[in-house]
Design a protein. Structure first.
Length: 430
C-alpha cells in the first residue's frame, strides 16, 4: 500500500522536525511527518530544559542562537496560528556564564561583539551582588562528589558574563505542538506510532520510505530529524560513510529541586560541571555539562534507556549546584527526568544534504539545539530549495542572512563533512 504522494517526508516530530515541516510547508510543499511516538515532542524534546542562551564556541553557533531568540520572543508572530490556543512562552530571565578555562571570557565576548549579542562583564563582587548567596570560588576542574578534593577550598574567585536577553521556554513539548499545529494549518500531515523500516532509493536518489506496518510513502525529499534514532536511520539510507562527523545516543538526566527564594537567571557553571534554571511552580532544574570526571552513558538502543532519574546522578549534579548556591538543598529522593541526546562528535549539529540526492539531515541536535529549532526549520527549507534547484552546497556552502539580526550564517559550519575542530567545546555547551 502506498500512502499519498507528498513532496517531502520528515522523519521525527520533535521540535526540530516540526520546525522543518512548518518551513517546508511555507514554501508550498506537501509535507508528511512520521514519528514512532504518539504526539509532537514526546521524545528528546520533552526532556529538554529549553534554555535560550547564546554562548557557543563558533560564530555561526552564536549567530544562530541570537537570531532564534528573536523568534521565541515573537512566538505568536512566528507561528501565525489562526484562533486562540495554548502557546509555549519564552521567559527572559538573563543568563550567567561563570568563568572557566574552557569558556574564556575574551573568546566568548569576541563572538558576542561580532554577532551583536548584548552582555555585561561581572567581577566576583558584582556576581555576589546580583546573585546573593552565590559562592564565587574557583574549583576547577570539576571533580566527583565522592572525591575528598571536591570539598577542598577554592583556589581563587570567579567572575561571569551576563546576557540579559537569555532565558528559557516554559514548555518544550508544547512548543513542538505549536510548530506542528502551524504546519498543520498549511496542510502538513502528522502520522504517529509509525516507525520507518527502510529508506527507498533508485540509484543515487531517494524515492521515499517504507514503514513497519508495510505501507510505502513515496517522496522526492526525505529529512532525517529523528533525534537519537538519526544514526540508525542514516544506516538504513546507506549514507553514513559520507560523514566525517559521527553521532551517538547519550542518556542524560535533568533533576528538579525546590528553588531558593528569589532565584531567577539561568546559570551555566562549567567550573563545577553543572547548569541550572528556574522553572514554574518554585522549582529549579539542574543538569550536567559532561565534565571529564563523569563517564558518559552511551546507549545502543534509545528505546531501552530508563526515563527515571537515578540516585547517583541526582546526588552528583545537585551537590555540585549546591556548592555554587548553598541555599539549594539536596533531597534524599531523586526527582526529575532522563532523556536520550543525539550527540555529534563535536557537539555541533549537522544540517546538510547527503550523498543520496534528496535525503537531508537535521541531526546531532540534542542538548543544545532546542533554542535554535525555529531557525533550523528555515535553514533546512532554504538548503533544500537551493540544492533541489541544482546548487552545489558541498562546493559552495549556502550562506543564510538572518531576518532579525542581519547576521550571515555559513551553513557549511554544520556540514556532515566538516573537520572536528581542535578547539570545539565537546560538551553540551557547543
Amino acid at each position: 500500500m502506498t500512502v499519498g504522494q507528498p513532496d517531502a517526508v520528515v522523519v521525527g516530530a520533535g521540535v526540530i522536525g516540526a520546525a522543518v515541516a512548518l518551513e517546508l510547508a511555507r514554501t508550498g510543499r506537501k509535507v508528511v511527518v512520521v514519528d514512532k511516538a504518539g504526539a509532537p515532542g514526546h521524545g528528546s524534546t520533552g526532556a529538554s530544559t529549553a534554555i535560550i542562551r547564546f554562548n557557543y564556541s563558533t560564530f555561526d553557533g552564536v549567530a544562530t542562537a541570537w537570531e532564534a531568540q528573536h523568534l521565541w520572543t515573537d512566538w505568536p508572530g512566528h507561528l501565525r496560528l489562526a484562533g486562540r490556543r495554548p502557546l509555549a512562552a519564552f521567559h527572559r530571565t538573563g543568563a550567567v556564564l561563570i568563568d572557566s578555562p574552557v569558556a574564556a571570557p575574551s573568546g566568548v565576548t569576541a563572538l558576542f561583539d561580532r554577532a551583536g549579542v548584548p552582555y555585561e562583564r561581572w567581577d566576583a563582587a558584582a556576581l555576589r551582588r546580583h546573585l546573593p548567596g552565590i559562592d564565587t570560588g574557583r574549583y576547577w576542574p570539576p571533580k566527583p562528589v565522592d572525591d575528598d578534593a571536591f570539598f577542598a577550598g577554592p583556589t581563587g574567585e570567579l567572575g561571569a558574563l551576563f546576557t540579559p536577553d537569555a532565558g528559557y521556554v516554559d514548555d518544550p513539548q508544547l512548543a513542538a505542538q505549536n510548530l506542528a499545529d502551524a504546519a498543520g494549518e498549511l496542510g502538513a500531515r502528522f502520522l504517529f506510532h509509525r516507525t520507518v523500516a527502510a529508506v527507498d532509493r533508485h540509484t543515487d536518489r531517494v524515492t521515499g520510505v517504507r514503514l513497519a506496518d508495510g505501507s510505502r510513502m513515496a517522496a522526492p525529499v526525505v529529512v532525517n530529524a529523528a533525534g537519537p534514532w538519526s544514526g540508525a536511520l542514516n544506516r538504513l539510507a546507506g549514507v553514513s560513510g559520507d560523514f566525517t562527523v559521527g553521532v551517538r545516543p547519550l542518556r542524560e538526566e535533568v533533576h528538579q529541586v525546590p528553588a531558593p527564594s528569589g532565584f531567577g537567571p539561568v546559570v551555566a557553571d562549567l567550573d563545577l560541571g553543572t547548569y541550572l534554571r528556574a522553572a514554574p511552580g518554585g522549582h529549579l532544574l539542574i543538569g550536567g555539562t559532561q565534565p571529564d570526571c563523569d563517564p558518559p552513558e552511551w546507549v545502543d538502543d534509545p528505546d531501552a534507556a530508563d526515563p527515571r532519574p537515578t540516585a547517583r546522578r541526582f546526588r552528583t549534579q545537585v551537590t555540585r549546584a549546591a556548592r555554587r548556591l548553598p541555599a539549594i538543598g539536596v533531597p534524599n529522593r531523586p526527582l526529575g527526568t532522563a532523556g536520550v541526546y543525539d550527540v555529534a562528535d563535536d557537539w555541533t549539529p549537522i544540517y546538510d544534504r547527503t550523498a543520496l540526492d534528496g535525503y537531508y539531515v537535521a541531526m546531532g541536535t540534542s542538548g543544545n539545539q532546542f533554542k535554535n529549532a525555529p531557525l533550523v526549520g528555515r535553514y533546512l527549507a532554504t538548503l533544500i530549495g537551493l540544492v533541489e534547484s541544482g546548487h552545489d552546497h558541498d562546493g559552495d556552502p549556502v550562506r543564510y542572512r538572518c531576518d532579525r539580526t542581519a547576521n550571515v550564517v555559513d551553513l557549511g559550519a554544520f556540514s556532515r563533512r566538516r573537520p572536528v575542530r581542535a578547539g570545539s567545546a565537546r560538551t553540551v555547551m557547543g
